[in-house]
Design a protein around this ligand. Structure first.
Ligand code: IFM
Length: 441
């Protein structure tokens, strides 16, 4: 199917997303150290021990990067404001950091781009990480203070605010699997992080609502899980993974409880009286962000809870080794509307693929990304036709950038970045999306 703006409802927002640590260059502008700086220095944590010190140098090159969004005809830009840049020690404000985001937001508005802000895309200030980070309940209150401080400056100009990006990554990937900072493999830390990240979301939402701020939401990531067979043990493995990844956060927020299949493992390790926090966690939301990339197949694994293991895929995969499965996006958009949020606006806040792109004759041909992108836009359109109130779609990412523990090797961008020279080269997918956005009939 050919994709055009005209196929989507009037006012549908097309944009691209990035995150502070992945593009800005954390060594510039008085930003404080965050737990990614130290995690990257641990042996074997990050490919080639790369960090975000320079990244794409967006801190200096942001005007040209915003021009790229404008030239593509985008309506909006999803960006994040680094906690460690705004509050280097987690508490005191860095005026240079505030000024940077002030200019960045003005730059978006001058170019007709709606600012979609994310408050936490993983830059935990080291001073707070030292005190236990998300395992420490006090961090949730410090986060609400940060939310208030940055919103006092930007709140009158941003279109939407998301509290947290991908709580599953913040909690499970980082405290149970140990793949992201702080790199723990500790079920008790995991249970606390799984709960505290939502408490931080709830406290920040209440604080911002109290200031009269509108358009508050959260960005959750979803992964489709298929069972390897119809055997009850494999079905149970798929169910528990679905519970951990796809139900824990949305059910905490909308139903005031967590899935039983997950409490079966985490229950004994939860903070005392966690139930008392559920009303705060259920703070009213204005919209939901859905990040979706892939599907996995799981089977029963004997031994430790959650008794699930990944199985090999039979579908084509991306540079990340992730299955390409656009139906999963339709599944989650319609499932969120049907089971959890009803008519509340939903945005696809991230979707995209990594590919080993190369520049030849000053151009990049990435037909595979064009196909991926248009298949997922088509899945979004089908979800809208099936009743989901989807209001926009943000491609991840505008630029090739720091892909966390995989360093600079995995390229997700619509725009290629040469990490030696920092030269930007729009890929063929950038031009294809630009043409699709421009087609309004
Ligand atoms: O790069 C990340 C981003 O920071 C969060 N969502 C998934 C992307 C690709 O892994």
């Amino acid at each position: 199917m050919t994709i055009a703006r005209a196929h989507f409802p009037k006012g549908f927002v097309f944009g691209a997303a990035t995150a502070a640590y992945q593009i800005e260059g954390s060594s510039f502008g008085g930003a404080g150290p965050c737990h990614w700086d130290t995690f990257a220095k641990g042996p074997g944590n990050v490919v080639r021990a790369e960090d975000g010190a320079i990244a794409c140098d967006h801190y200096h090159q942001w005007p040209a990067d915003l021009d790229l969004l404008q030239t593509a005809g985008m309506d909006a830009y999803r960006f994040s404001t680094s906690w460690a840049r705004v509050m280097p020690d987690g508490v005191k404000i860095n005026p240079q950091g505030i000024d940077f985001y002030d200019r960045l937001v003005d730059g978006m508005l001058e170019r007709g781009l709606k600012p979609f802000q994310t408050l936490y895309h993983w830059e935990m200030p080291s001073a707070l990480a030292d005190q236990g980070g998300w395992t420490n309940r006090d961090t949730c209150h410090r986060f609400a203070d940060f939310a208030e401080a940055i919103t006092r400056v930007l709140g009158n100009r941003v279109e939407t605010i998301a509290t947290i990006n991908e709580p599953w990554c913040v909690a499970w990937l980082s405290h149970f699997w140990g793949i992201h900072a702080p790199g723990l493999r500790d079920i008790r830390a995991t249970a606390r992080a799984m709960h505290h990240i939502l408490l931080a979301h709830g406290l920040a939402t209440e604080r911002l609502r109290g200031m009269g701020q509108k358009n508050l939401g959260i960005v959750l990531n979803f992964n489709h899980f298929a069972a390897a067979s119809d055997a009850p043990a494999d079905l149970a493995a798929a169910d528990v993974m679905d519970g951990i990844f796809n139900r824990w956060f949305i059910e905490g927020m909308t139903r005031g409880t967590y899935p039983q299949a997950v409490l079966a493992g985490l229950g004994p390790h939860m903070p005392a009286n966690w139930q008392d926090d559920m009303p705060t966690i259920g703070a009213r939301q204005d919209w939901l962000g859905v990040n979706y990339y892939t599907r996995g197949t799981v089977a029963h694994a004997p031994g430790l809870w959650p008794n699930a293991k990944d199985m090999p895929t039979t579908l084509p995969t991306t540079q990340m080794g992730w299955e390409i499965y656009p139906e999963g996006l339709h599944h989650f958009l319609t499932r969120m509307a049907r089971d959890y949020v009803g008519d509340m606006p939903i945005y696809v806040t991230e979707n995209g693929m990594a590919n080993a792109d190369v520049v030849e004759d000053n151009a990049v041909s990435d037909q595979i990304r064009e196909d991926y992108l248009f298949a997922h836009l088509a899945a979004t359109k089908r979800a809208i036709d099936d009743g989901a109130n989807v209001k926009g779609f943000f491609y991840w990412s505008l630029l090739d950038n720091y892909e966390w523990s995989l360093g600079y090797e995995k390229r997700f961008g619509l725009v290629h970045v040469d990490f030696e020279t920092l030269k930007r080269t729009p890929k063929s997918s950038y031009h294809a999306l630009r043409r699709a956005i421009a087609r309004n009939d």
